[in-house]
Every structure is written in structure tokens, then in C-alpha cells.
Design a protein around this ligand. Structure first.
Ligand SMILES: *[C@@H]1O[C@H](CO)[C@@H](O)[C@H](O)[C@H]1NC(C)=O
Ligand SMILES: *[C@@H]1O[C@H](CO)[C@@H](O)[C@H](O)[C@H]1NC(C)=O
Ligand SMILES: *[C@@H]1O[C@H](CO)[C@@H](O)[C@H](O)[C@H]1NC(C)=O
Ligand SMILES: *[C@@H]1O[C@H](CO)[C@@H](O)[C@H](O)[C@H]1NC(C)=O
Ligand SMILES: *[C@@H]1O[C@H](CO)[C@@H](O)[C@H](O)[C@H]1NC(C)=O
Ligand SMILES: *[C@@H]1O[C@H](CO)[C@@H](O)[C@H](O)[C@H]1NC(C)=O
Ligand SMILES: *[C@@H]1O[C@H](CO)[C@@H](O)[C@H](O)[C@H]1NC(C)=O
Length: 526
């Protein structure tokens, strides 16, 4: 099923949607007949309703409230679509595991909706979680971070964000694939939440970012994504969050956020998962009231605002692809036309130092080992027997058929982290330098010196770094697509980037806990 906007194709998707949602209960000939016989609604009732590739949370809520379909139908349809493309057909492999309890949970939530209405905008909405976000094992799913060393391990319980999702009535559809240990171990091809959201395998997804892992898949998959301030969303029960090839994982940088097909969907998800959690003391520093981020979705949000462009280091004609540069210049015109003043350039005073600094690596190498070992220690059971980073390195070497196939043997980042000896003076100095470079003489200085409301950059390149080391938010929306004649480049084993038609995004950056403003600006642009 190729994506198409033609009317006949659209109708096919509607029919296919209903067919899929009922084909397990009735053996009938033909999708249309199936739909009309198996359901009290007909294809005509769904005329004009968007297909599941594109359907938004609000649209699905309208359909659910009107009784056009149920959450059981949704889960069934998504399961069927995942089955078609995950391991079969194009074999995209973004989904690791489906929730064997999802249909039962959907049925209970359908019944509750009938009796007492919906708990939240996520009531009965399927969500896919990156598989470093813990879900209670009794539900039936693993939490592996993509490693066989964690297969069938028993986590202590749901992650903090998962508890909030369940309270809001969301349905955990399954777990998304990820580069092993969130790309900390080495250069492995990433695939996961971003791909699943982009190709409509689920309504919304959660990812995690240490430095780039929400922003970059949002950039590469034509999505709307929010990397929240560290401490806005709980990391309790999250086995860190990494993107960059060079740097590991950290309690000082990890954060959990949504990757969705629209800023509206992302704002709905963030409103549910944000908030304090006694199991993650970084969240205790956030403002007392969690904003309703959907209230930020205002087309006039950019009127009278001042948006700065920190060109130095982050946007240079020698480093940034010409098609990205051209699309970015057009975006600046759009931002002006939406009523904002563009201040250009508005450089980070620390830009050159950020480009040269290895402080982030020092911090993350130390944090990774401490947190990984704590994760293994907290497991109630781990059949692989692995209990710490040293044993994980040995496990990978002892199981090459699982963990070290040809061209994927690299464990150098694990080994570097294993060699660290805890939070020493160099670690604390690097942590302080990061704060200084990213926040005080970085993002905050640029905002203050130029009296700005936000900074704007293409999402790629070094854009994620200052926000990563400061623990600050990034909100990203689609910007454009690489042209047909772009030079295809290798991005590690089995991976190319860029390539013709590959999307790229636009990122809004701000100070800590400025998500409400950034969501508004990104929505106005989107
Ligand atoms: C997860 O993604 C990786 C990288 O694309 C792939 O090699 C692996 O087979 C996927 N895992 C599953 C279970 O599909
Ligand atoms: C984990 O995955 C294995 C292998 O696919 C499966 O047998 C098991 O039921 C899953 N769930 C848990 C909680 O281990
Ligand atoms: C969180 O708690 C740990 C130890 O329990 C402490 O070392 C750390 O400073 C606390 N962090 C914050 C941000 O409160
Ligand atoms: C781009 O490269 C040219 C030639 O090497 C150099 O003179 C110029 O300073 C560079 N510009 C930037 C913004 O780095
Ligand atoms: C950390 O940042 C400071 C300030 O820019 C710099 O002097 C120092 O060399 C950096 N350290 C590392 C390990 O890069
Ligand atoms: C491993 O990488 C080399 C060099 O890039 C390549 O020629 C070879 O085909 C790869 N092998 C496999 C099994 O992917
Ligand atoms: C690609 O095409 C555009 C527009 O036709 C042209 O300006 C550009 O130079 C081309 N780029 C390459 C790498 O050939």
C-alpha cells in the first residue's frame, strides 16, 4: 500500500481499515461487505475520515466518541498493519514487540468510555514506546534496550511516564526498536519510534534523548517532536537515552518526549507525561503546575516575538547542505510573515568552545556506567546472568551470533565507559563546563543579549548539542526534503544520509521549561 492522496486510494484505506478491524471475527468475501456486515457503521459513515497513516489524536477521539469505531478496532488495525510491514514486505523492523494485553485493555477502555466518558485526550489511543522505557513484565512485554542481555529480564515496574500514560487511558501498543543501548555501544543503524510514527503504525510514540535521539529521528522522518527540558518528564524506569555516535548516556541529559505526526498530537502527549515523580528527583525542580500544552496551539503565537538565529558554528555555508540552507532561509521569511522579528545573527557566545569541547563525553562516559550498573542491579530477575557493564561486554563477546554479526563488533564506547572510575574531580569540572557552555554563556546568553523569545536552527548538525549539555528543550517540526540530486553519503554500516527525498526539520530552542512558548511557535510555523 503506497501512500497516495487520490480519492480511490483514500477510500481503499478506509475500507481496508474497517476490513482489518473486523477480519479476525468474520470470514467474509470482500472488504466492503465485511465492513458493513461486521459493524453497525458502514463505509459511508467513514467517508471523509482520514486514513490511519495520517489520523490525528483529535480525529480518532471524534470517531471513538461518535461510535464510528472502537479502540479494539484501532488496536486490531494497527497490529495488522505492523504485521504487513515490520518483518514481512518491506521488513522495516521498527517494532520489537507487541503488547499481548493491548486488546483486553482496549476493550476495558471502550467500556469505560461508554459509561463515564474519556479520562483524557489519550483515552483509548494506542502509543508505542522506545524499548528502553520499562513496562511491567506481567503485562507480557520485555524491556531490552535492544540487547539480548536483557531478554526476559524482569523490571521492577512501569516507568514513571508509563504510569502517567496508563492513568490517562492510553493503550501501550508495543515496544519500538532502537540501536542497541540507545546507540551508546557503537555505530549501529537506528530504527524505531520515529519510523513507526511516520508510516502510521501507531497514533503517537515516545522516544528518549540524551543528545539528538528525539530531534534527529523527528528531523529524518518528517515528524513533530518535543525534546523536553531535563526534569520535565520522569526518567524513572528509563534505561537512558542516546543518539549521537560519539557520546553515551546521562542522568544529566536524558529526557523522554513525544515523536508524532503533528505538533497538536505532540502537545497532547507532553501534557500527559510531564510532571513531578518522586522516583526522579530532577523532576522536583520543575514549576508546580504542569501547563496544558494544547493551550499553546495558537496560530498567532509568533506575533510580536523575537526569534534569533545562532549561525556561528551551527549554520555555516561550508557545513550545512545547500538545500537545507535554502529551506531555512525560506522558513525565516515565513516566521517574519507570521509577525515575528528575526534577529540574525544571534550567536551563542560559547559557540566555538562548544564545537571544541569534549566535556560532554567525559560526563556521559561516567554517567553511563553508573546508570547501567544501577539498572542491572535493580532487575528482579535477569536470565542472561549479566549484572554490570563489564559482564555485558563479556556477554556480547561470548554471543557473537546474537550481538556481534559481521561489521557490528564494535564495543569501544562500552569499553571507554567501563574504564571510568566514578564521579571524580574531572567529572564535576566537566559537568560545570557543560552548564556554562550550553546554558550560561550559550543559549541563555544569546536569548538575553538579544532580548529573544527563542532560537531557530535546522534540526541537523550540531543543533542538539547546546541544548543537550544545558538540559534545555528543543521543539522540531518538518522543514523540507532533500532534492533528487543530493549526494548520497554513508552514515555507518547499512545506513545512508542524506539521500533523495529524505526529510529534514526545523528546531526551536529555548531556556529551561520554555516548552509552552516553543510549542506555540512551532505550531504557528507548522
Ligand atoms: C532492530 O533494528 C535493527 C537495525 O535496523 C535490525 O538489525 C534488527 O533486526 C531489528 N530487530 C528486530 C527484532 O526486528
Ligand atoms: C519477552 O520476549 C520473549 C521472547 O520473545 C517472550 O517469550 C516473552 O513472553 C516476552 N515477555 C517477557 C515478560 O519476558
Ligand atoms: C537527587 O538525589 C541524589 C541522591 O539521592 C543527589 O545526589 C542529587 O543531588 C539529587 N539531584 C537533584 C537534582 O536533586
Ligand atoms: C568557509 O570556507 C572558506 C574557505 O575555506 C573560509 O574562508 C570561510 O571562513 C568558511 N566560512 C565559515 C563560516 O566557516
Ligand atoms: C571543557 O570546556 C572548557 C571550557 O570551554 C575547556 O577549557 C576544556 O578544555 C574542556 N574540556 C574538555 C575535556 O574538552
Ligand atoms: C562489511 O563491510 C564491508 C565494508 O564496508 C562490506 O564490503 C561488506 O559487504 C560488509 N559485510 C556484511 C556481511 O555486511
Ligand atoms: C541540484 O539541482 C539544483 C537545482 O537544479 C542545483 O542548483 C544544484 O547545484 C544541484 N546540486 C548538485 C549537487 O548537483
Amino acid at each position: 500500500m503506497a501512500l497516495s492522496n487520490s480519492r480511490s486510494s483514500r477510500l481503499f484505506h478506509l475500507v481496508a481499515f474497517i476490513f482489518i478491524s473486523s477480519c479476525f471475527i468474520t470470514q467474509l468475501k470482500g472488504a466492503r461487505a465485511t465492513a458493513e456486515l461486521a459493524s453497525s457503521t458502514t463505509v459511508d459513515d467513514l467517508e471523509g475520515f482520514p486514513d490511519l497513516y495520517e489520523a490525528s489524536v483529535m480525529e480518532l477521539q471524534e470517531g471513538l466518541d461518535a461510535g464510528l469505531f472502537t479502540s479494539v478496532d484501532l488496536v486490531t488495525a494497527y497490529f495488522a498493519r505492523i504485521d504487513e510491514v515490520n518483518l514481512k514486505g518491506p521488513a522495516l523492523r521498527p517494532v520489537l514487540e507487541l503488547n499481548p494485553s493491548a486488546l483486553q485493555q482496549a476493550a476495558a477502555l471502550d467500556a469505560e468510555r461508554k459509561v463515564s466518558g474519556k479520562r483524557s485526550l489519550l483515552h483509548g489511543i494506542p502509543i508505542l514506546l522506545k524499548d528502553n522505557i520499562a513496562t511491567i513484565a506481567s503485562e507480557g512485554m520485555n524491556t531490552t534496550a535492544g540487547s539480548f542481555s536483557l531478554l526476559r529480564s524482569i523490571v521492577p515496574g512501569d516507568a514513571g511516564v508509563v504510569k502517567k500514560l496508563r492513568e490517562a487511558g492510553a493503550i501501550i501498543l508495543g515496544k519500538a526498536n532502537l540501536s542497541e543501548f540507545a546507540e551508546f555501544r557503537g555505530n549501529l543503524p537506528p530504527v524505531g519510534s520515529g519510523v513507526s510514527a511516520s508510516i502510521g503504525l501507531v497514533t503517537v510514540t515516545l522516544g528518549t534523548e540524551t543528545d539528538g535521539s528525539i530531534t534527529c529521528p523527528t528531523d529524518h522522518n518528517n515528524l513533530a517532536g518535543i525534546k523536553p527540558t531535563v526534569g520535565l518528564t520522569s526518567r524513572a524506569g528509563v534505561l537512558y537515552a542516546m543518539a549521537s555516535k560519539v557520546i553515551p548516556i546521562s542522568e544529566h541529559q536524558d529526557t523522554v518526549g513525544p515523536l508524532c505526526r503533528s505538533m497538536t498530537d505532540a502537545a497532547i502527549v507532553l501534557s500527559v507525561i510531564a510532571g513531578k515523580d518522586p522516583n526522579d528527583n530532577f523532576t522536583l525542580a520543575q514549576p508546580n503546575v504542569v501547563p496544558d500544552y494544547t493551550q499553546a496551539l495558537n496560530k498567532g503565537a509568533l506575533v510580536g516575538k523575537r526569534i534569533g538565529v545562532p549561525r556561528e558554528v551551527f549554520l555555516n555555508p561550508n557545513g550545512t547542505d545547500p538545500s537545507v540552507l535554502a529551506a531555512f532561509e525560506e522558513a525565516l521569511d515565513t516566521i517574519r510573515s507570521l509577525g515575528a522579528t528575526v534577529v540574525d545573527p544571534a550567536n551563542l557566545p560559547s559557540a566555538q568552545q562548544i564545537a571544541a569541547s569534549k566535556n560532554e563525553t567525559v560526563v556521559l562516559d561516567v554517567d553511563f556506567k553508573i546508570q547501567l550498573n544501577a539498572w542491572f542491579a535493580a532487575l528482579i530477575e535477569n536470565p542472561s546472568g549479566v549484572r554490570n557493564l563489564a559482564e555485558l561486554i563479556a556477554f556480547d563477546n561470548a554471543n557473537p551470533e546474537l550481538e556481534e554479526p559481521t561489521n557490528f563488533t564494535d564495543q569501544s564506547e562500552f569499553i571507554e565507559s567501563e574504564a571510568t572510575t566514578g564521579m571524580n574531580a574531572q567529572y564535576f569540572a566537566s559537568l560545570a563546563f557543560d552548564r556554562e557552555l550550553g546554558a550560561t554563556s550559550g543559549i541563555d546568553a544569546a536569548l538575553k543579549e538579544n532580548n529573544l523569545d527563542a532560537l531557530l536552527l535546522p534540526a541537523g548538525g550540531l543543533t542538539t548539542v547546546p541544548a543537550a549539555i544545558a538540559g534545555y528543550p528543543i521543539v522540531t517540526v518538518p522543514l523540507g526534503f532533500y532534492p533528487e540530486n543530493v549526494t548520497i553519503d554513508s552514515a555507518g554500516p547499512l545506513t545512508v544520509y542524506p539521500a533523495p527525498g529524505v526529510p529534514f526539520g526545523l528546531s526551536f530552542l529555548g531556556t529551561g521549561f520554555s516548552e509552552f512558548d516553543l510549542v506555540g511557535f512551532a505550531y504557528a510555523y507548522e
